[in-house]
Design a binder for this molecule. Structure first.
Ligand code: M6R
Length: 603
């Protein structure tokens, strides 16, 4: 995700802003920029990494004791100098940096253009300086308050101009740093650690007016907020991990926000429609004979889930294929939509599969997290996961966003094909909207998972079982466990257990069973009972309201009730935490497991 810094100081701020931006490099970015104010605004930005940008950003001429800086991870508009932040108003008097997504930017931009504003980027952010410009009558704080009331979505915004530095938060973090000769604002503590450890955290719905010698915090109604000052005890490395022990744990905990960003602006609950991020052509839908999902590893599990939902919502023949097999195996039909799933956009097997699908005359859609990656250059139809950079080798937040994206795609295809009634789509969309807060509730119960993980850390092997949409969750649970704990793990469709693997069940081979409410619940419960009857411990992932599972299974981990077709987004978080805590107990190098790489660019 993007990084924000801002400072008001007794001396020049440009060197401080550049230094602070460098401290956010670990988050990943594709472009960067800064703006300072000294009677007039100076702006400098460019594409690439800070070390190559240093010269391009050229601090000479960047005068001013107040300024903002930004590292961008593209979500709207490709990485380019024009799309890099800060963005300015028509007069070039004020500059804005922004994290998050302005969901209603298209409509706001249309209105602003009608009123004569000229835009120079493809970003959602650029509406903000133009809205500020219209509302500016002497007080930047007042203009920002009026502006945020018009924005839908999540944001952290910082603006600098003649009137100083102001910031607002709604759904994207911001921290204020306090020192004797300067005050700061940043999206992340590491940016400002060399300058101060005294901080105040802004909460959602709050704004700050930052001056050299004072910081005022108010809510969006203008009421003053008393916020305690805190002292950050973390060292720089801990701060990069947001205080978490590992990047993977941080990324697991980022899932509510990442999911909200993924779905932001894509769901229309009122109309029961989803905008999956690409135009689905109605004529094309009429001749569509099938949908194939391809991917590797975790992305293959998202493919399995996507295929299952798409089959159910469209009635079309669907398939999930390992990308590494797709290239060399038989390929069906001509009027096929092939969906290539790859968080990195660089996995060689998946790139070759996408290429093959194109050669066969299929319509190709790519689902990826990385703007500008190779996969995005292979087709015009790209859906971005909007997870932000994922540093842990084991996929976590990119997987949940893949699940959300394929669910949205399946709903959109179901509506276009006429097979999914509007009322059903509305229900599913409402359920999707609730997912970020439900995932948060799963994360809030982390202690339960941790203590169960501790009890089974000496296991010889783990089995993970599930049926229907829960089968991909079981597969992913097993992959997470083997990747980061090195304990042998297998994922199976629950019904397959009795066809062989049951021979391996002992007291030391726990079975993790996805037993959330679903029409197949009783069937999976039977498989769980077969395990318990052979002395194998069953760790069930069950719905909050379910009273039965606990009577038959040794351990029960709870997730909030949800429509069974979407509850994989919840169960999978339990699986991630379970694998994480087993691996942690075993002292494994969780973020960098042996023999694995974040993106596998060889076949
Ligand atoms: O970048 P991709 O999604 O194409 O990567 C595919 C797999 O290599 C990846 O999912 C791998 O299985 C991860 N390490 C899973 O945690």
């Amino acid at each position: 995700m993007c990084g924000i810094v801002g400072a008001v100081s007794g001396s020049e701020v440009a060197p401080v802003l550049v230094d602070a931006l460098k401290r956010l490099e670990y988050r990943g970015y594709d472009s960067a920029g800064l703006a300072t104010y000294a009677g007039s605004l100076s702006v400098s930005k460019g594409v690439g990494r800070m070390e190559t940008l240093d010269e391009a950003l050229g601090l000479s001429g960047m005068e001013g004791r107040a300024g903002v800086g930004h590292t961008r991870w593209a979500t709207h508009g490709k990485p380019s100098e024009g799309n890099a932040h800060p963005h300015t108003d028509c007069d070039g008097d004020l500059a804005v940096v922004h994290n998050g997504i302005v969901e209603n930017y298209a409509e706001l931009r249309e209105g602003l253009e009608e009123r004569g504003h000229v835009f120079s980027s493809y970003t959602d952010t650029e509406v903000v300086p133009h809205l500020l410009e219209e509302r500016l009558d002497g007080s930047l704080e007042h203009a920002l308050r009026e502006t945020v009331s018009e924005l839908e979505g999540s944001f952290a915004i910082c603006a600098v101009g003649e009137d100083g530095l102001v910031a607002a938060r709604n759904g994207s973090p911001l921290v204020i740093g306090l020192s004797d000769d300067a005050n700061f604002v940043a999206s992340d503590v590491p940016a400002i650690l060399p300058y101060t450890r005294r901080v105040k955290y802004l909460l959602d719905g709050e704004m700050a007016v930052i001056k050299r010698d004072s910081v005022e915090v108010r809510d969006f109604d203008g009421e003053p907020v008393e916020r305690e000052e805190e002292v950050v005890e973390w060292d720089a490395e801990e701060a990069e991990r947001g205080g978490y022990e590992h990047y993977m744990l941080k990324e697991i905990h980022e899932q509510p926000r990442a999911l909200a960003e993924c779905m932001g602006g894509r769901l229309d609950e009122l109309m029961g429609e989803v905008d999956p991020g690409v135009a689905l052509d109605r004529d094309g839908m009429e001749v569509l004979e099938g949908v194939e999902f391809v991917g590797c590893g975790t992305s293959y599990h998202a493919a399995l889930y996507g295929a299952r939902l798409t089959g159910e919502f469209t009635g079309l023949p669907v398939n999930a294929r390992h990308a590494s097999e797709y290239r060399y195996g038989p390929v069906s039909g001509k009027n096929i939509l092939t969906v290539g799933i790859t968080q990195s956009g660089e996995t060689a097997d998946t790139l070759r599969a996408i290429e093959r699908a194109g050669d066969e005359g299929h319509a190709v859609l790519v689902l990826t997290n990385v703007v500008g990656s190779t996969a995005t250059r292979m087709t015009d139809d790209v859906v971005y996961l909007r997870s932000g950079p994922e540093i842990g080798v084991a996929a976590s937040k990119t997987f949940t966003n893949q699940l959300a994206c394929v669910a949205m795609l399946a709903i959109a295809l179901g509506r276009e094909s006429g097979d999914l009634p509007r009322s059903e789509a509305k229900h599913l969309i409402a359920e999707l909207r609730d997912m970020p807060s439900k995932v948060q509730r799963v994360l809030d119960e982390v202690e339960d998972v941790e203590s169960v993980a501790e009890s089974y850390v000496d296991s010889e092997a783990f089995f993970f079982i599930g049926r229907g949409v829960d089968y991909p969750v079981a597969m992913e649970g097993a992959l997470k466990m083997k990747e980061i704990s090195y304990v042998h793990s297998e994922g199976y469709p629950a019904g397959e257990l009795k066809h062989g693997p049951l021979a391996l069940i002992t007291r030391r081979t726990p079975v993790v069973a996805v037993l959330t409410s679903s029409p197949l619940y009783e069937k999976t419960l039977s498989s769980a009972k077969e395990v318990e009857a052979r002395d194998g411990p069953v760790i069930a992932v069950a719905s909050e309201s379910d009273e039965d599972t606990g009577r038959f299974c040794e351990e029960v981990l709870r997730v909030p009730d949800a429509d069974h077709r979407l509850s994989p987004l919840l169960s999978t978080v339990v699986m991630q935490l379970f694998a994480y805590h087993v691996a942690r107990e075993l002292g494994r190098p969780i973020d960098r497991p042996r023999n694995l790489a974040k993106s596998v660019t060889v076949e």
